[in-house]
Design a protein around this ligand. Structure first.
Ligand code: MEV
Length: 478
């Protein structure tokens, strides 16, 4: 059947004929969390997010051959597999996106998807980028003549940039990137640092920036009487800032006020800010891992930027203005869609395609949007039902498996834990272990009885079969 002659062209019977592409995606996200994995696959294929080859790869358990791992790290002994899921309902800058997330923590994907749906019902998410480039640092620990250093840099800046374009980053320069400029900073009476800003295009850029700095080391040392100490990329690359904004209208006034108050808490208190930012990074890191990006670099940048005013605070801000809720995120997000693992690891490559991130800026903007929405989900839960409730369903499942329940025992223990949680509002692994111990003790006898009945029936069936076979043989021999 072709796409055009079908009325319902997916496994769940959604009539797509009169819907725009974006509306179709919205429809295909409906009820996603309740589908079986096979149904999820067919919806993702329908959206154009996955191909049959991707599904085959995912079903086979993903990457197995360790040759690739050997190219990246040392002393390889295998792969570490994390769960990979997709967050749904995201509409960022008017475009529906499937968000791949590799993460081990319960409820992150559910909260992101649920909050994204809430945002798209009551408002929108907009993203943007201010500035460009990645910062490289060249330290001169014992500066001899700061003024002379300044003049030499000013005099040679153009020529050095040309040499770097020709000798160090020719292909990046051809693709429209290259050296943006130099900036000299004095860190103390003795210490100076030169910042080199490099537009690394779609590469995350750490390697290339380090090479640029090392090349400049020689030029600086031979043009001045100074000794360069350290050359390294900065993960606080605030020359390029990624922004996400959420605007929602028609919400309950009290809820909006509570969200603003929770935001003020995280803006004021570093103890709360750390947890709030961890929640933001729940969303961002999961995408970065899924797409083969350096999540440690991005985390370092976000946390450093959170402390830019001399005090660690939340990276997000929520305000109520004229009956509307506004959320704001701004941070450097050094990500890439080429280089490193991004195109070499088959899962990362597949996730980038699924996300539809055409370049590094588009990936960074998606990360910012998901981080902000993840934060809103946490604040909504914290200011209403509390965080335990949302986490409970999967937490109970984890405790049940953690206690060692198997087969038929799983639903029984789960139900038992749900009841305990209903009474006490808390639940622990030791309660799951104890419940399983009692269940096994009390049912051991029953199981033995059932096994005996089964064995007796099996015995009777075998005798009967023997009789039938004997009669059959006699009949055949006649
Ligand atoms: C848990 O992984 C993240 C939260 O603690 C974030 C927050 O408190 O804002 C729920």
């Amino acid at each position: 059947m072709t796409r055009s002659n079908r009325k319902t062209n997916n496994s769940v019977g959604i009539n797509n004929d009169s819907l725009s592409k974006e509306e179709q995606k919205k429809e295909l996200f409906k009820g996603f969390s309740r589908l079986t994995m096979a149904e999820r696959f067919s919806r993702l294929v329908e959206m154009g997010a996955l191909t049959q080859t991707d599904i085959k790869y995912l079903k086979s358990g993903g990457i197995k051959k360790t040759d690739l791992a050997e190219k990246f790290i040392e002393n390889v002994i295998g792969y570490f597999q994390l769960p990979l899921g997709v967050a749904t309902n995201f509409c960022i800058d008017g475009k529906r996106r499937v968000i791949p997330m590799a993460v081990e923590e319960t409820s992150i994907i559910a909260a992101a998807s649920k909050t994204a749906r809430w945002v798209s019902e009551y408002g929108n998410i907009k993203t943007s980028i201010k500035g460009s480039g990645v910062i490289g640092q060249i330290q001169i620990a014992q500066v001899k003549d700061f003024e002379n250093l300044k003049q030499v840099i000013q005099k040679n800046e153009k020529e050095w940039i040309n040499r770097l374009h020709e000798e160090v980053v020719p292909s990046m320069y051809k693709r429209g990137g290259g050296i943006v400029g130099f900036k000299l900073r004095s860190l103390s009476e003795k210490m100076a640092v030169i910042h080199v800003v490099v537009d690394t295009r779609d590469a995350m850029g750490a390697n290339i920036v380090n090479q640029v700095c090392e090349y400049l080391r020689t030029l600086i040392e031979s043009a001045t009487n100074e000794d360069v100490s350290v050359c390294i990329v900065s993960n606080l690359s605030d020359s390029c800032l990624v922004r996400a904004e959420v605007m929602m209208s028609g919400l309950d006034q009290e809820l909006m006020q509570k969200i603003e108050q929770a935001s003020l808490f995280a803006e004021t208190d570093p103890y709360r800010a750390a947890t709030s930012n961890k929640g933001v990074m729940n969303g961002i890191d999961a995408i970065l891992i899924a797409t083969g990006n350096d999540w440690r670099a991005v985390s370092a940048g976000v946390h450093a930027y959170s402390a830019r005013e001399g005090r660690y605070q939340s990276i997000t801000k929520w305000r109520v203005k004229a009956g509307k809720l506004y959320g704001f995120f701004e941070a450097p997000l050094m990500v890439g869609t080429v280089g490193g693992m991004t195109r070499l690891h088959p899962t990362a490559k597949m996730c980038l395609k699924m996300l539809g991130a055409k370049d590094a800026h588009s990936l960074a903007r998606t990360c910012a949007a998901v981080g902000l929405v993840q934060n809103l989900g946490a604040l909504r839960a914290l200011t209403t039902v509390g965080i335990i409730e949302g986490h409970m369903k999967l937490h109970i499942q984890n405790l049940t498996l953690g206690a060692g329940a198997k087969g038929w025992e799983i639903p029984v223990i789960q139900k038992h834990l749900e009841i305990i949680f209903g009474f006490k509002n808390r639940i622990s692994l030791s309660q799951a272990v104890e419940a399983l111990r009692v269940l096994r003790k009390e049912t051991a006898n029953h199981i033995e009885v059932l096994k005996k009945i089964r064995d007796k029936h099996q015995q009777q069936a075998l005798v009967a079969l023997k009789g039938i076979k004997a009669k059959h043989k006699k009949w055949m021999d006649r």
